[in-house]
Write a protein that binds this ligand. Structure first.
Ligand SMILES: [Zn+2]
Ligand SMILES: [Zn+2]
Length: 339
């Protein structure tokens, strides 16, 4: 089979490899579709803080089960599935509390360990989630990023009936706003400086989309949510300047959820957090229930993903996808590889 490894920033190596052998608790899966994530681009650019080269990228995989190990139950050849790419220890305190997403030894397939830029892979069956046949490969491959949105929306205990603002209208921001609505927010607002992404968010059913190129986030929130402002602001932009505008816009007694990957430490006005009882909530990936909710919501058809995949590339043109992404950063939502 073919596989593609990234050996240094901007450097991919196409390899021939044997189809992997599986152990008793693993399944051999054939990759059908693989989404390219913002974090994959961070690695491609050599800007990801928590990984080392070389590695096989790819953590947004839709697969078909080809073969199962002798100890695997619940999966059979022919089943379609998605991979939850977190490898956790199961023993640290966060793991025993069910927060595998912040396991102290967490490794992510496709970031710290080899992922799915390959035709076949051996995966522990516990990391697979079955997908209904009604989900096509491209939709199934959106499960992982949509699960991030589900988890981001659920991170604040105020979600039910909330006025929720999401900053950043890329794939994760869009999915977070749609998930917030689907999971009980009363009204959603999304902010960005990219008008095309804002227009798409409106088309996806987000209630308000505001361009903050020429106005403050606080003014926009006041206009659309009224003097009570937002109960929750979810930061999917991960930009120090934007984070400052979120702190200015936040209401006393409200939640700020940090979802985006900041590339470096940020200096900010900490006393505001104390004086206004703002809860700053970190958020990392998802847990199993979020993945299951993501599959359910996506397969029921209530989430708009019509234009989420900007362009699809054949696995043979893998490197071209990264070049295309770099050449068109403002006009792409998600790029997808098909096998
Ligand atoms: Zn991702
Ligand atoms: Zn752990």
């Amino acid at each position: 089979m073919k596989q593609v490894r990234i050996t240094a920033p901007y450097t991919f190596q196409v390899e021939d490899a044997p189809i992997p052998e599986i152990s008793g608790d693993q399944a051999l899966v054939k990759i059908n579709a693989l989404g390219i994530c913002g974090s994959d681009f961070q690695i491609y650019h050599g800007k990801h803080q928590f990984m080392t080269f070389p590695v096989i990228l790819g953590h947004e995989a839709a697969v078909t089960v080809e073969k199962v190990g002798k100890d695997v139950t619940g999966f059979a050849p022919g089943d379609t599935a998605v991979v939850e790419p977190q490898v956790f220890c199961g023993e640290c305190v966060p793991c025993t509390q069910g927060r595998f997403n912040v396991c102290e030894k967490l490794k992510v397939l496709g970031v710290h360990l080899d992922g799915f830029s390959c035709e076949y892979a051996a995966v522990e069956a516990r990391y697979l989630h079955k997908t209904p046949k009604t989900m096509n490969d491209a939709l199934a491959a959106l499960t992982e990023p949509f699960a991030v949105g589900v988890a981001a929306a659920r991170r604040s205990p105020r979600l039910s009936g909330a006025l929720a603002a999401v900053v950043g209208a890329g794939t994760i921001g869009n999915f977070t706003a749609q998930a917030a609505k689907a999971l009980g927010a009363k009204k959603t607002l999304i902010a960005d400086i990219n008008q095309a992404k804002l227009d798409y968010a409106l088309q996806c059913g987000v209630d308000e989309a505001v361009n903050v190129r020429n106005r403050s986030l606080k003014d926009a929130i006041l206009e659309h949510f009224g003097s009570g402002r937002a109960d929750i602001i979810i930061d999917c932009a991960a930009n120090p300047f934007t984070f400052k505008s979120i702190l200015e816009a936040a209401r006393p007694n409200s939640d700020i959820v940090i979802t985006g990957n900041f590339k470096e430490p940020v200096t900010f006005n900490l006393p505001i957090i104390q004086r206004q009882e703002i809860a700053l909530l970190g958020h990392m990936m998802y847990v199993r229930e979020d993945f299951q909710t993501a599959i359910k919501l996506l397969s029921q058809g209530g989430i708009n993903t019509e234009k989420t995949v900007t362009k699809t590339f054949d696995f043979a043109d893998y490197q071209e996808a990264y070049r295309y992404g770099d050449a068109n950063p403002d006009s792409i939502m998600k790029l997808m590889i098909r096998f």
